[in-house]
Design a protein around this ligand. Structure first.
Ligand code: IVH
Length: 673
């Protein structure tokens, strides 16, 4: 580092501390980092160097001394619990050469022979599980390192985490720490859904994992496909000599551990492991951001101990994000279903992590200004697990003389309406939702999509129907005649019949999907289902006051506002009325639940009393397993399902007719058999 005076250092240290604290908050709490890990680590290194040069500037609250905190501010949902052992971070380096320094530091303290455990550094969110008497007692996030959020209920939705252990010699109580992560396939699926629902996509699988771990709705959490890998056991008098032995034993108890860890006898062997995974990691189905090297012998680990922030017996070699440098040819401004304008960069094709990249998202105007991007610039593209790669920087030294400043449009590129800016989302919108052709067509494309009305047609059909003037508002789809279809290029009787049959079939799509299909801003598939479960009909939803909307899990201010403004519009109410007249479902059909099995096929069941689930849910469950509900016991009744405080009359009648009476538990045994 160049020479620096104490006064200059003081100012720089203050600035770095404040910036690092902000980035820690963005990363750990908001799950929305604005800089890469690499940039963060560079700043952290600068701060460490300055604090070493001027020890009087090093304070206990410096980000170099604390781990970033994931504790929610003002959080009322999660109880915070103190960690039995502090939950620390790892020292890291981007240089293989510095790994030799790591070994030398070890050898200064201990003289006995040591080996290393080389492991993948899983890019997720840290978790600490406590098992007592072989049963999961508690799960805590890292929090601020000394206390974490209790997410026990949530981790029960992660299939790989066992609630009870199996096998021999399980300690009475121990902690095991690891990482909760989201495999790429689940991440891609989640982001595709979010983009479709106009929710901001997660920047990477790590943010998605940590955001999902703190979801309050367990069904929603289960669908996120989180996974877990455990890599560090702690406890009193544990019977292990080496780290790898401990991990192997944990595996034998049914705990998920990494299958990629390897013992190395020297730091050179550890570097070979790094070299291998530096290229091979792109074939892994989950994100990794480096390699962790740990001293394998637990007695040596104990001798080495910890600094305030990390163990001296382990370090992380971090991978630099893969980047490509390529010229920016032009920028398209795409209009989304609800009018959001997204700038998309057209790039000179370039190879990146095994695929050819031609397009990259620029997100919004702020992002373009921040990058000071010019057409003709050489730009850095990174993938980091996202579906669409992103532009992370501009190589100013390569800016050609004729590079031009792009002009963010003031009017919609499709319909010419003056754009408006939504400050909350830092996005520009075309406000002409009723007449902008792209928006109208996108509404139809969304409406017919598989997860919505599942109508057999593609974008080209919607385009053709729109061009002919046959469709402007959603109910127009149900007015299409065979004659109209036969005027479309290449359409014949057979294709017209298939299309109309599919339109007809869509009338039996359940309410929750219709609610999703009508395309209320911010109401995606999951939220539509939650709303349909809560408000059983569109009338109930339309007349619900804001406070009641907010009572539904996961429905926040933005969604509540969006619902209210949608239903306030006469035009939308009219569309719903017309769709209803065409026979679409706008209320929950109790008999139309999910189909789970045929285990109750042919059985008629009468329910009586209270159960651990609501009576409505019980009826739905019976129907979902192929059974029939009946109100009173008769000769046709197969079972009387008797809950708490079941009616004595029904019981007496069942006894008289010899009807089998079953308890709630027995019922579950039958359906889960
Ligand atoms: S060992 C006392 N092993 O990386 C520290 N950590 O950047 C024990 N991580 O806080 C951590 N994979 O959340 C360890 N194989 C692995 C890891 C790993 C990912 C995470 C962990 C740690 C962070 C440090």
């Amino acid at each position: 580092m160049a020479k620096i005076t104490k006064i200059e250092a003081e100012a720089r240290v203050a600035a770095l501390k404040s910036e690092l604290n902000t980035h820690n908050y963005n990363y750990y709490v908001l799950n929305n980092p604005s800089i890469s890990d690499f940039e963060f680590d560079i700043m952290m290194q600068e701060l460490q160097t300055l604090e070493k040069m001027f020890p009087e500037l090093a304070t206990a609250d410096s980000p170099t001394q604390k781990v970033g905190s994931d504790l929610e501010k003002d959080d009322t949902e999660f109880v915070q619990v103190a960690h039995k052992y502090p939950m620390l971070s790892l020292g890291n380096t981007y240089s293989k050469g510095e790994l030799v320094d790591f070994e030398q530091r070890i050898e200064k303290v201990v003289s006995s022979a040591h080996t290393f455990s080389c492991e993948l550094k899983f890019d997720g969110t840290a978790i600490c599980l406590t098992y007592r008497h072989g049963t999961l007692l508690r799960a805590l996030t890292r929090g601020d390192g000394s206390k974490g959020d209790d997410v026990t209920r949530n981790v029960l939705n992660i299939k790989s985490i066992p609630t009870t252990l199996k096998g021999q010699n399980i300690p009475e109580e121990f902690e095991i720490r690891g990482e909760i992560f989201m495999p790429y396939k689940d991440f891609d699926r989640l982001n595709a859904e979010r983009e479709e629902d106009e929710q901001p996509p997660f920047a990477n699988p790590r943010n998605a994992a940590s955001g999902s771990l703190k979801l309050l709705n367990s069904n929603q959490m289960r669908e996120r496909g989180l996974d877990c890998v455990l890599y560090h056991i702690l406890g009193e008098r544990l019977p292990f000599k080496t780290h790898l032995e401990a991990i192997e034993t944990a595996h034998s108890w049914g705990l998920p551990v990494s299958q990629y860890s390897k013992k190395a006898d020297s730091i050179e062997e550890a570097v070979q492991y790094i070299d291998y995974w530096e290229t091979q990691r792109k074939f892994l189905p989950f994100a990794t951001d480096g390699i962790v090297i740990k001293v394998n012998e637990l007695d040596i680990q104990r001798q080495l101990g910890f600094t305030a922030k990390s163990p001296r017996w382990a370090t992380a070699y971090k991978f630099k994000p893969e980047q490509a440098l390529t010229p920016l040819l032009s920028i398209d401004y795409q209009v989304g279903r609800t009018g959001a304008i997204t700038p998309v960069a057209n790039l000179s094709p370039v190879q990146l992590s095994g695929t050819v990249v031609k397009r990259a998202s620029l997100h919004n105007k702020d992002q373009m200004d921040l990058l000071d991007i010019h057409i003709g610039d050489f730009v850095y593209v990174e993938k980091g697990g996202e579906i669409i790669p992103k532009i992370t920087g501009v190589e100013l030294s390569k800016r050609p003389a004729n590079a031009t400043v792009p002009h963010f449009p003031e009017v919609c590129p499709d319909c010419g309406a003056t754009l408006v800016r939504d400050e909350d989302q830092a996005k520009h919108f075309c406000p002409n939702s009723d007449n902008c052709p792209t928006q109208i067509k996108s509404k139809f494309i969304h409406f017919i999509s598989r997860k919505a009305m599942d109508i057999l047609a593609g974008d080209a059909t919607i385009d053709a129907l729109y061009s002919k003037g046959y469709i402007r508002e959603l109910p127009d789809l149900y007015r299409i005649t065979p004659q109209m279809l036969l005027t479309l290029d290449g359409w014949q009787q057979k294709s017209a019949d298939n299309f109309l049959e599919s339109i007809n079939k869509s009338k039996s799509v359940p309410y929750e999907r219709v609610l999703y299909a009508i395309g209320i801003r911010h109401i995606g598939e999951t939220n539509a289902k939650l709303l349909a479960d809560h408000f059983k009909s569109i009338e109930a939803l339309m007349s619900a006051p804001r406070e009641e909307l907010l009572q539904v899990d996961e429905i926040g201010d933005i969604m509540a506002d969006s619902l209210i403004s949608y239903f306030e519009r006469e035009k939308n109410r009219n569309i719903i009325e017309q769709l209803k007249n065409f026979g679409l479902h706008f209320e929950v059909d109790e008999n139309d639940g999910q189909h789970l099995s045929e285990r109750l096929a042919g059985a008629t069941i009468v329910i009586s009393g209270n159960f651990s689930i609501s009576r409505d849910e019980m009826k739905r469950l019976i129907a979902a397993h192929g059974g029939k509900n009946a109100g009173s016991v008769s000769g046709n009744t197969t079972y009387l399902l008797a809950g708490d405080k079941s009616g004595p009359e029904k019981m007496k009648k069942a006894e008289r007719l010899g009807t089998k009476v079953i308890s709630e538990d027995e019922f579950y045994k039958i359906i889960n058999d």
